[in-house]
Ligand binder design. Structure first.
Ligand SMILES: Cc1cc2nc3c(=O)[nH]c(=O)nc-3n(C[C@H](O)[C@H](O)[C@H](O)COP(=O)(O)OP(=O)(O)OC[C@H]3O[C@@H](n4cnc5c(N)ncnc54)[C@H](O)[C@@H]3O)c2cc1C
Length: 498
């Protein structure tokens, strides 16, 4: 079969492209090397829908990321994933920082104006005295802050899973566990992709959205000179609904000379109420190494304490890391030739920019000759997962945990209070779920304080039943390798030392 379009990579960028293409009457195939979607860069990142104030102007990053905070409200209600717009504060610590804060505000206005949008973003610099109203637990060292109301947050893989479920429901064919190892032009003017298991797949158009895999695939298709550095960012997650008051997303003015390293250490709550801190920025050899280490964890912790000194590391429940594909020129790489679109170096704010990147990809495909006939049957909505029950009183939790298997109200995960009905729903959707981590990303079973110690085997039983496999063959994660991570107990030990 010759497809109209093949997308390589099932992260958020590939997912946004797949969903956009599914609005048209086309045959679309997506190939993903892992056994689930969003297992690459889209799995482990900060999850912020960024204000354009923090995105360099005059770049493809700013063109694609500006104005997305409002758009995510629509996307999240169509696709049924959590989204909040708590706004952000960029914290300054001295008089010099005031100039930096003003520069960010000017930059945001410039980005809106350049994008032809209304620049009334509500940016304002807040004095120390007023700051207490916004963030009562802020460090007394903070002297002023820039308010960025146009900043939102999501759980990135919830967005990605929702995109892919919706694209598949609208006719996109998704092959998981299919690693693309090369691309070549055939004599008939088509593209042929070869997979690691010896398969060959042909299409008229290709979209390379393979994240860390993009440079190698692009090179085999003739896109040379795309140089990317792997820059790891480490994070810590604290217990849900515990700790000091953190109302907005707290950034800091980077220390002198650090601006190029990233947006600095942030403190935020996630959409589920866990405090999250991070990331640092360290260059490493591999795009796949998501280990965490004590040096990185200590760095993010001391950075975060500069924003909120009463943070309690003893409430840490896990550490994790993501790796940015940092492009040499600093901007996203979006190249096209011969019916092939090559996306590379899609680092932050790639999550924010993904809806607009997808529209640009489709426009470019049409310019290259793709026939775009609308598909009126396109369904924009995705049914959200069966309801969460978090917030039950302790005696009710005890009762529901003890309910028999097969009762939808039975709590499979005690910490996050995840009912069996929610897990069965996740296992019965268009995307196959084969691992404990796959269930965890969809339902939150295993995301709580005990990190799956209680519910791991209960989830395993449900997976085993669904897949018809013995329970001991159900794997924790998609890849065999388990990254070396600093444990919550080790973090607590650092805290006790102090
Ligand atoms: C530390 C960190 C913090 C970030 N914070 C933010 C933020 O707050 N806000 C924001 O907007 N952005 C943020 N980003 C950026 C954002 O996460 C990325 O831009 C986005 O997730 C990239 O998505 P992607 O689809 O391009 O890549 P991926 O999610 O990596 O998807 C590519 C897919 O291709 C697959 N693949 C790779 N090679 C092959 C192959 N050969 N064959 C088949 N499949 C293949 C991979 O398995 C993967 O699933 C952050 C990134 C990092 C690392």
């Amino acid at each position: 079969m010759v497809y109209d379009v093949i997308i390589i990579g099932a992260g958020v960028v590939g997912g946004a492209v797949a969903r956009e293409l599914s609005k048209l009457r086309l045959s679309v195939l997506a190939m993903e090397k892992e056994e689930d979607v969003c297992c690459g860069i889209s799995k482990a990142n900060t999850g912020i829908i960024h204000s354009p104030a923090l995105v360099p102007s005059g770049s493809l990053k700013s063109e694609t990321a500006t104005g997305r905070v409002a758009e995510f409200s629509r996307i999240s209600s169509e696709l049924g994933f959590r989204y909040e717009i708590p706004g952000a504060l960029v914290l300054g610590y001295c008089d010099d920082d005031l100039r930096v804060l003003q520069k960010y505000a000017d930059n945001g206005i410039k980005n809106y104006t350049q994008a032809g949008m209304n620049p009334a973003a509500g940016y304002k610099i807040i004095s120390r005295k007023q700051l207490t109203d916004y963030e009562p637990d802020l460090s007394p060292e903070v002297t002023a802050a820039l308010l960025l109301p146009d900043t939102g947050r999501i759980i990135p893989y919830e967005y990605g899973i929702a995109l892919w479920e919706n694209a598949v429901a609208n006719g996109v064919e998704l092959l998981l566990g299919k690693q693309v190892v090369g691309a070549r032009r055939t004599g008939a003017g088509l593209w042929e992709l070869s997979s690691a298991d010896g398969g060959h797949y042909q299409a008229r158009f290709i979209v390379n959205a393979a994240g860390h895999g993009s440079p190698a695939i692009g090179e085999s298709a003739g896109f040379t000179g795309c140089s990317v550095r792997n820059v790891k960012g480490q994070y810590m997650i604290l217990e849900r609904n515990k700790g000091p008051r953190v109302n907005s997303i707290l950034f800091q003015v980077p220390e002198p000379g650090m601006q190029k390293k990233g947006k600095g250490i942030l403190v935020t709550r996630t959409v589920y109420g866990n405090i999250m801190i991070g990331p640092d920025a360290r260059t490493q050899q591999s795009g796949d190494d998501s280990s965490t280490d004590m040096e990185g964890i200590e760095e993010i912790l001391s950075g975060a304490l500069k924003s909120i000194p009463s943070l309690n590391p003893a409430e840490c429940i896990k550490t994790f890391a993501g790796v940015r594909p940092r492009p040499e020129g600093g901007d996203f790489i979006f190249e096209s030739a011969d019916n092939f679109i090559h996306l590379c170096g899609i680092e932050s704010p790639g999550l924010t920019a993904s809806p607009e990147i997808a529209r640009r990809v489709v426009r470019q495909l049409i310019e290259m000759g793709l026939e775009a006939v609308p598909r009126p049957e396109f369904i924009a909505e995705r049914r959200p997962l069966a309801a969460e029950t978090y917030g039950l009183p302790a005696d009710e939790v005890k009762l529901r945990v003890a309910l028999p298997r097969g009762n939808g109200e039975r709590l499979v995960c005690r910490c996050e209070q995840v009912p069996e009905a929610r897990i069965i729903d996740a296992l019965s959707r268009s995307l196959p779920v084969t691992t404990l981590d796959g269930v965890k990303r969809r339902t939150r079973a295993g995301q709580g304080r005990c990190q799956g110690t209680f519910c791991g085997n209960r989830v395993r039983e449900l997976l085993s039943e669904k897949l018809g496999l013995p329970a001991d063959q159900i794997r924790q994660r998609e890849t065999e390798l388990s990254p070396d991570r600093v444990t919550a107990a080790q973090v607590r030990a650092i805290y006790m030392k102090r």
